[in-house]
Every structure is written in C-alpha cells, then in structure tokens.
Ligand binder design. Sequence first.
Ligand SMILES: [Zn+2]
Length: 346
Amino acid sequence: MPVGTQASIKGLRNEALEELGAEILLANTYHLYLRPGHELVRKLGGLHKFMSWDRAILTDSGGFQVFSLSELRKITDEGVRFRSHIDGSEHLLTPEKAAEIQMALGSDIAMVLDECIETPAPRNKTESALKRTTQWARRARDYFLKQQNHNGDLKQWQFGIVQGATFADLRRDSAHQLLEIDFPGYAVGGLAVGEPHELTCEMTAEVNALLPQNRPRYLMGVGKPEQIAEYVALGIDMMDCVLPTRAARHSCLYTSEGRVLIKNARYAEDQNPIDPQCTCSVCRRYSRAYLRHLFAAGEFTGAILATHHNVHFYLDIMRQIREAIEFGNLAKFSSEMRAKYAAGPA
Ligand SMILES: [Zn+2]
C-alpha cells in the first residue's frame, strides 16, 4: 500500500496511481483529524469522494503519529492526551474516538488504537502496554459493533493489532487475546522499528503461526524491496511503507538491479532508462541523464517522475510475487532480490 499521509501520495496524482495499478492506499488518521478535520471530510461525502479515489483506503488509528509526532502525551487507561504538532491544541484520543474518526473518514479498513512504545522496550513496560492494547482493542471492537448495529450501511472492516515488542511469548499472548475478540483481519505492529531484520521475521513468524490464514494479515510499516518477498513467505498479505515515495524525493530509485542514486555523476551522460527492465511510463520515455539533471536543478518534476517509477517498482514486486507463488518459486525470487540489493547503491 502506497502511503498517502495527507490523503495524497506525495508527487502522484490519483490518475497516475490508477495507471500504476494501485488497488489500495493508506491515509493517516492523525493528520486528517487535525487537518482538515474528520467532520469536514464526512460533510464532503467521506474520504473517497473528498480525494476522488474510488479504490480501497486503509486508515491507521492515529496512535502511531500521536506517539511519534505530538507533544505532551499523557497515556491513561482512558486514552492518550496530546497536543497537536500544528497549532498546539489539546486533544484526547480514545479507542472509541479513533474508531469514530475513521468511520467519519469512511475508509474501507480501519485500525484499532494501540499503545506504541519505544524500542527496545523492557519486558515490564511491554507487558503493561500490551495489557492496555488488548483492553483498547476490546473497547474499539465493542464501539464498532454497536455503531454497525445502528447503521447497517457501515461497510468497513476493523483490524486488530498484535503487539508485544520482541518477546515471542507476549506476541503469542497478544494474538490469542485478539483472536478471542475476533476481527476480520489482523495487523502485526511495533516491528521494523530498529530491531535486527532477523528478529522482525522471527516475531512475524510467531504471530502468523496463530493468525487465521483465511483473514488478511498486515505487517505495518515495512519494507525494503528485498524484504517484501520474505514477509510474504511468512504469511503476510499486506504491507505499507513510505520508503518508495520518500526515497524517490531523495533521488533514490529502486530498480531490478538494485538501488540507483540518480544524482551520482556517473549518470550525467547515461541515456538509458532508470531501469531497462521496467515497463513504467517514466522508464519508457525519460533517461537517467534527464532525471539526474532535474534533481541537480531542483526541479520538482524530478521527484514526481522518480516517485512514479518507485511506486511502479513496488507494485510490480507484488505482481512478481503472485506469479512466483503460482509457479512455486517464491524462495528463488526472494533470494535473487536479496542478492541484487546486498551489493549496495550504484
Ligand atoms: Zn520505471
């Protein structure tokens, strides 16, 4: 899922996203709640209509941004009190409020509010955050089901989020507790936040062994191009990451041969496309030399073209993974990707 923090994938028009074949994008509840406000979005017909995007939208709970961006966070069992990073105004985000905001936005998939902790986290802190996360998940689910009873038209799925930092037994406890609440899909949160990649995989495997295979399993906030097939092999169906769009704005391009840092002088006279194997409209039309020039001159078209290619590359990885699964060679595809990216940027 490409990330559209402010109901926009930075540098891409929705027409381009459609051309690229994106079926779902992620929008950030925290940002949209503060600006333009969920009630305004509701008044204007919901997020799909507001941003003119009729394919799927997943919204996060806002919790992660509250914990990472806002000031004066005070966490109690009730919720988390914080000050807006925009104007300093004070707000209280509760599990019910997070669900309500996402209903107003009208996303297709909504996430429950969870307590995010800094990593590496000590065990006792992880245990108390987990306890609260489960309580909040239950409250969010109760609120959601009550609203659904009132409003039979509510076409939204609500996902639970497995936490437990890097403690395998706590991860399993969290999964069991959420399974008891019963969600139509499950996310694995609080991973890929600085711990070694092997540990991310180990925790993901622990959790996926328990989560039902016939419901979507979503690993939040990953990943690098060479890691995506590995996560799929562990049972992950959905991922979101700012990497393809953020890296593009910083002139880093992902290609079938590894990373290309396009500002590098070696591309000054290179008339090849970014990635000779890529079929995206940018690679069919523009050269590395031109892209390099745009970035060197500070032209924002450079970022737009780079973003288009990178999002194509990521979506194409998923298409290739589906094909590899069909042909039974996912492991081979995964190790080839790792080998290409081990070499470092060109
Ligand atoms: Zn391309």
